[in-house]
Design a protein around this ligand. Structure first.
Ligand SMILES: Nc1ncnc2c1ncn2[C@@H]1O[C@H](COP(=O)(O)OP(=O)(O)O)[C@@H](O)[C@H]1O
Ligand SMILES: [Mg+2]
Length: 509
């Protein structure tokens, strides 16, 4: 690897190796706190409403006691003494005491309703205006929640509310006028306490949840990520493969799968670099071999001039063998060195291409093999013309070689047939012959480089290259089963078209 490449690789890996700034743990902590707070709010609102109701009920209960005392005293006074006597007045509670009682209650007045009559039992300060009417005998929770928030957030301390509750025996109801100041103060105190408590609870819960999740998930996840980062830094190093823990949960499965994947990858990479160095060695050997063979060819050229009949008989065979050997070396070398460029695709007229192939192979009307082209009229394929030509030429040459190779039974009937047709978005081209068909031995590694050949002097590269070129077009090449001789089918799909772009083109045209 050159230094530049190495630098590039380092740069690519650098951002991956850094721990994320706002990692899983941070997100987890923030989310836990948020959710616990949310839950606390859901509890907070109804408890405030409840607190208000309890506070008001307490006032009514206390007022009821006051009313019982005051009412009994008045009734007693009425029953035993004539109204207005000095003795009757002596039972009356002093104004000061009533004032203290009401102050204690936080009430301005206490009244009871009996039949059509409203009886004012105690008055401390008669308000001019009543702002809110609250009937504790009929209130729903929803209303209470709504009113609770209103009291806390919208009302003023000086507002006066008229609170109605179940009365003392003999009355319809009891009614107390209270200013809101005390209620609101109490509610604020309660809210503050509950908020404080919520904060403490959420802090504790968040910490516990965080610790548990960090231990159960984040830590093993971090281990996985750290291992992936370290492995990708040196994937061929088997010591970097993760050692799976014995966990039985999903993370355990992930660890084991990762370990298996890393093992596969590591061995694949080792194999690949092994093959690469082998390939390098082979091409070096090949190169030198080709040069040696070329010198041998030079010498053997001179043999032609030796008049010895034995030499004359074997010299052409020797030369032919050398030529084949040199060609073999050459094709092996070029396969190893040349990476096929990406296809330069355009609409190619298949008929012309097929005729080019025929002419290149020299299959005129008087050739021993009959050449038949059955291509749809004006059939166009979306392909690189040179590459597709090489593919079809390779297949046709193989077909000719297969037919040449066997004893001519009836040469007149040997034919090479190329067909082409469109099937929707793909073009199908078939090359068939009437030869002996592909042998089982050749079929086993048909499209693999250096492996498929069964021909003496064959390299086994023709079909491998053809397959590579067709695949670069997103297409497919395969041997068709069950035909006389051999039939190879090539499928080349059209490139997908963006409709928007097409419209633009049409508009411009
Ligand atoms: N049309 C065909 N008929 C019979 N056998 C074929 C045909 N085409 C290819 N083969 C078999 O496939 C093998 C591989 O072909 P190829 O990859 O072109 O390599 P090569 O031509 O160098 O042997 C051939 O050796 C031959 O056995
Ligand atoms: Mg071939």
């Amino acid at each position: 690897m050159t230094q530049e490449q190495e630098q590039e690789k380092d740069q690519q890996q650098e951002p991956r190796a850094h721990a994320p700034r706002f990692g899983l743990s941070g997100k987890l902590l923030v989310l836990t706190i948020l959710f616990v707070m949310l839950a606390e709010i859901l509890i907070f609102i109804p408890s405030i409403a409840n607190f208000r109701l309890t506070w008001l009920s307490d006032r009514i209960a206390a007022a009821r006691t006051v009313a019982l005392v005051l009412n009994a005293k008045n009734d007693g006074a009425k029953g035993e003494d004539a109204p207005g006597t000095a003795e009757g007045d002596s039972f009356k509670l002093p104004d000061k005491v009533i004032e203290q009682i009401l102050d204690n209650l936080g009430a301005k007045t206490v009244a009871i309703k009996m039949g059509n009559q409203r009886k004012l039992l105690a008055v401390n300060d008669m308000p001019h205006e009543i702002h809110h009417d609250i009937d504790l005998r009929q209130t729903t929770m929803l209303h209470a929640v709504f009113r609770g928030m209103q009291t806390l957030l919208l009302d003023r301390d000086t507002d006066v509310m008229r609170v109605v509750g179940d009365g003392i025996p003999g009355s319809d109801f009891i009614e107390v006028l209270i200013s809101e100041g005390r209620l609101r103060a109490a509610m604020f105190r309660f809210a503050r306490n509950i908020l404080l408590l919520s904060l403490i609870i959420s802090a504790i819960t968040a910490t516990l949840v965080y610790l548990a999740l960090a231990y159960l998930f984040v830590r093993p996840m971090n281990r996985l990520t750290a291992n992936m980062v370290s492995f990708s830094g040196d994937p061929e190093n088997p010591t970097r493969i993760i050692a799976p823990s014995l966990r039985r949960d999903e993370l355990g499965i992930a660890e084991r799968e990762l370990a298996a994947m890393q093992r596969d990858l590591a061995s694949m990479l080792q194999q690949k670099s092994h093959l690469a160095s082998l390939g390098l060695a082979v091409s070096k050997i090949n190169h030198d071999l080709r040069n040696m063979l070329a010198s041998a060819q030079l010498f053997s050229d001179r043999l032609i001039n030796v008049p010895d009949p034995n030499v004359q008989r074997f010299a052409p065979k020797l030369m032919h063998s050398l030529e084949r050997a040199i060609a073999f070396c050459q094709s092996t070398l070029s396969y190893g060195q040349v990476k096929e460029p990406a296809p330069d695709r355009r609409a190619v007229l298949v008929e012309t291409l097929v005729i080019d192939v025929r002419d290149t192979l020299g299959l005129g009307p008087d050739a021993s093999v009959r050449f038949i082209a059955a291509v749809e009229r004006n059939l166009r394929v979306d392909a690189d013309p040179d590459q597709l030509f090489r593919v079809v030429l390779n297949l046709s040459r193989n077909a000719l070689q297969a037919m040449e190779g066997r004893a001519p039974i009836d040469p007149g009937r040997d034919q090479l047939r190329i067909t082409g047709q469109r099937e929707g978005a793909v073009v199908v081209i078939e090359v068939s012959d009437t030869g002996p068909g592909v042998s089982a031995k050749a079929r086993a590694h048909l499209f693999e480089a250096f492996q498929g050949s069964t021909r003496p002097g064959g390299s086994g590269l023709g079909l491998a290259i053809a397959a590579e070129l067709v695949r670069a077009h997103g297409g497919e090449i395969r041997l068709v089963d069950g035909t006389i001789g051999a039939t190879f089918r090539i499928i080349i799909p059209d490139r997908p078209v963006e409709i928007g772009a097409r419209r633009g083109e049409r508009a411009r045209a």
